[in-house]
Design a protein. Structure first.
Length: 78
């Protein structure tokens, strides 16, 4: 398997796990109490955003700056 394919699979799994964790933690368990809960939610959101940017970068072959700019344009105007 190619190196990019491994990375795409890794970041896809990271996205799915962090999104599932965030949804379970906030909506099912309703447990983001205190600083620890806030930090865990922030970490899961950070993992979601990072994996989306990396997936976009590896699937299009562009640099990270272009991926961030394109992601912002897609979110704002898409």
């Amino acid at each position: 398997m190619k190196n990019n394919t491994k990375r795409i699979i890794l970041y896809t799994l990271m996205f799915i796990v962090s999104l599932l964790y965030f949804v379970l933690f906030v909506f099912i368990f309703q447990a983001p109490n205190g600083i620890i809960g806030c930090l865990l939610c922030m970490i899961s959101v950070w993992c979601i955003i990072t994996s989306i940017i990396k997936l976009f970068q590896y699937t299009t072959g562009r640099s990270i700056a272009d991926a961030i700019i394109d992601a912002i344009i897609i979110v704002l105007f898409g």
